[in-house]
Design a protein around this ligand. Structure first.
Ligand code: HEC
Length: 173
């Protein structure tokens, strides 16, 4: 009689231990998940990213963004619109190429980022009219860095090197 009571008590103690262990595991997992989620987010916010033509994941994302958002004007092969140096009758410029024949690579990364996010108006005289859309609210910062990384990844080594040099001079890194 006494022995079976002791056994019962031992069993119920074991059950409670399991309940506590399981509960603790769940709580710890939830806390870890929250820290990872918040910490990861905070980390991203603190480090908005950069143009990196050697980051294959970023370049692949950028290619998707380019095909979906930019190719219609700047060309599937980054060749720009025909006769891109001549102003149109409506006074606006055609879309220039993003390949080595254009002047995209003449601008440091922070300027390119600003043009894509806020439009060319950011760097033009007041009232300047352009067909280049501003992508704030359409593309996230990572997607903008991605598309610029893709564009840079298509440039010949010499043009990339000159752009790196420009970035160094502009102190944008
Ligand atoms: C509706 C047409 C259109 C689309 C879509 C478009 N652009 Fe443009 N973009 C232009 C035009 C036109 C210009 C020239 C602006 C000017 O000088 O007025 C331009 C200029 C630029 C410039 C400046 C280039 C330089 O050499 O000064 C960058 C960078 C650029 N676009 C990037 C992009 C990216 C990246 C995308 C896609 C996310 C994109 N554009 C989508 C029309 C477009």
């Amino acid at each position: 009689m006494k022995g079976s009571q002791a056994k019962k008590r031992a069993t119920s103690t074991r059950v409670w231990v399991w309940v506590w262990v399981s509960a603790s595991v769940i709580v710890v997992a939830a806390v870890v998940a929250a820290v990872v989620a918040l910490g990861g987010w905070g980390f991203d916010a603190a480090k908005p990213g950069r143009i990196d033509p050697d980051d294959a994941t970023l370049v692949a994302l950028g290619r998707q963004v380019y095909d979906g958002q930019c190719a219609s004007c700047h060309g599937a092969k980054l060749e720009g619109q025909p006769d891109w140096r001549s102003r149109r009758p409506n006074g606006r410029m055609p879309a220039p190429p993003h390949d080595a024949s254009g002047h995209t690579w003449h601008h440091p990364g922070d300027v390119l980022f600003g043009i894509v996010k806020e439009g060319v108006q950011k760097y033009a005289p007041p009232g300047y009219q352009s067909d280049m859309p501003a992508y704030a609210g359409v593309l996230g910062d990572r997607e903008i860095f991605a598309v610029l990384s893709y564009i840079k990844s298509t440039w010949p080594a010499e043009v990339r090197r000159r752009h790196d040099e420009l970035e160094r001079l502009a102190g944008s890194r």
